[in-house]
Design a protein around this ligand. Sequence first.
Ligand code: GDP
Ligand code: GDP
Length: 479
Amino acid sequence: MSEIKKHSSELPLVVIVGRPNVGKSTLFNRLIRKRVAIVDDQPGVTRDRLYRPTTWNGKSFLLTDTGGFFGPDEDPLSPGVQEQIEEAAKYAEVLCMVVDGSEGPTGLDQDTADRIRRLSKGRKGKEIKVVVAVNKCDNPSVDYSTAFYELGFKDVVPVSAIHGYGTGNLLDLLVAPLPLSELPDEEDDIPGIALLGRPNVGKSTLLNALCGEKRSLVSTIPGTTRDPVDTLIEWEGKLFRIIDTAGIRRRGKMSQGLDRYSLMRGKAALARANAALLLIDGSEGPTESDAKVFSIAHDMGRAAVLLVNKWDAVEKDTQTAGATVKKIREMMPWLNYAEVQLISALSGQRLQRIFPCIEQALENHKRRIPTAELNRALETFIAKKPPPSRHGRIANIYYWTQANSTPPTFILFVNDPERIHFSYQRYLINQLYETFDFQGTPLRLIVRARRSRDVERPRRKQSDFDAAESETLMEDWDE
Ligand code: GDP
Ligand code: GDP
């Protein structure tokens, strides 16, 4: 936990600006080639302000989407929001001004262009390079971009964020003034850990404690205190990427929309995470809202560790710890695989247990059990408790195989899936937990029909389940 490697804050900043609903978030996602930001059809609806390290032609930069600079109740054109955007733009090497090609240049586009020019002039000696991305040019044979030269910028390029047209040309222009540089870390190989919990459970305090110092490094990116910037933490020579969702708290009142926003935000963090640290406020005990937030991590199949924080503030006797864990297990039985640690982010109590737990969970999340071993185990599971026949019809279980990992996913081949009751599936999953070390990870079981004469033929090797099939299976399962 000694050393923090704050990665990308030294990279040149490329900032996406533009009026609402022109497609900034969509373009952002396209350029980083991942779905991270939250795209919403309603103009001005909540989006994350995200910074992502990106590389094009050997040049690395930090891409940010100002679409997320305003909250659900904020007018994106209000002076406060504009100030924030200008603040970010001040540090930018390059601005990507997005406009809507299908609408032609509007007054608002002209205003934005004027503002950018003022900003650029304000930076003595170093004008900001501006590239105009004319978005929604969905048909490559129709170029709407020429009309936008009237905004007064030299580089104007048609793109379609949705289809990906023109993004290569756009990236060429964006990186033109940047120096060659590599990404500081292979960030995708570093396990991502999402910090999840209701507001005030202590996420920020925990992150600061794990870093061992205030995250001053993060503040090199403008105006960041509530932004989801990843923090790299080294523990015993291994790197972990902590994805902070402390910013779940937004200015203004807690409304219906905000709740949805919190959950969306949790999802966005989890989308980039391998594991989740699920925080409970120990001074209050587990609540239904905790369960609701945590169920996202479970449904998305992430490894998980449960942390009961503020343990220092709990009045305790010898029974308290046991009773707290019992209450959690009763309230969230579906999360039984997650180890529980009673910690205090404030006093540092038991924080040293967190990374070993995560590591174990991540390892189990990736675990693959060979088919032969799995089927030897299956025989004993069935011998201990045969599947009950349903409606007088006999359930035949042929074999199973692990089709996927992260999370471990098993396919059970039977004569008729209807006959394998949910409770029997749960029995098999529990047996897997008891037999193999799967602590910290959810498991998936898919039941599929197979005709008995097919089973007699040579079985397909596990490797025959290619990624594509597994994905489809996962989708079936998710539904
Ligand atoms: P932002 O407010 O500027 O961040 O805009 P969003 O990324 O949320 O996009 C606003 C709307 O425009 C969404 O409905 C997108 O699906 C749509 N959109 C974005 N890019 C394109 C595009 O290339 N073509 C078309 N036809 N629609 C797009
Ligand atoms: P977040 O909203 O989840 O990021 O929560 P914060 O980290 O901002 O913490 C909310 C409040 O709880 C602050 O007043 C913290 O000082 C307090 N807090 C956080 N961790 C602990 C802890 O371990 N013990 C106690 N007693 N208070 C804590």
